[in-house]
Design a protein around this ligand. Structure first.
Ligand SMILES: [Fe+2]
Length: 149
């Protein structure tokens, strides 16, 4: 079996299914991006396409967390949002540089994605997850985090 670039591990769980599911998807997408930067041939086009998919999904996922945090008046919202915004800004900057062919170092970007995601999940998202789990014990959290509502 080929070793995956990123692997979901239950230790990454923040205790909230919707967030965990999206993190699992994000890991899959990052693996696709990693594969895209290892492919020969139309490497540049393939990588940029995969990068766009990653950026779209990251935006969607951050949107979910953002909505949850605002709904519960999360006390650490500003800090958490700042981390998301800084990350998006950095990834967009790198994407822009690729598209303008200023630099081409796909491995560096994929590694940055991996390192940032793992540390953000382990610290910042876990803190949010723990807060939500504690809320659940005292209220109707399911209604709050239902993405369809
Ligand atoms: Fe987050």
């Amino acid at each position: 079996m080929v070793e995956k670039f990123m692997e979901w591990d239950d230790r990454l769980s923040v205790g909230v299914p919707i967030i965990d599911q999206q993190h699992q998807r994000l890991i899959e997408i990052t693996n696709d991006l990693y594969d895209a930067c290892r492919q020969s041939g139309e490497i540049y086009t393939g990588f940029v396409t995969a990068l766009h998919e990653t950026v779209d999904y990251v935006g969607y996922h951050f949107g979910t967390e953002d909505k949850i945090m605002r709904r519960i008046n999360y006390p650490e919202y500003a800090l958490h949002k700042k981390e998301h915004d800084t990350f998006v800004k950095e990834v967009l900057k790198q994407m822009h540089d690729y598209e303008n062919e200023k630099i081409y170092a796909p491995h560096a970007l994929v590694r940055y994605l991996k390192d940032w995601t793992l540390s953000h999940i382990a610290l910042t998202d876990l803190k949010l997850g723990t807060y939500l789990v504690n809320m659940k014990k005292s209220g109707d959290l399911e209604k709050i985090i239902d993405p369809k509502s």
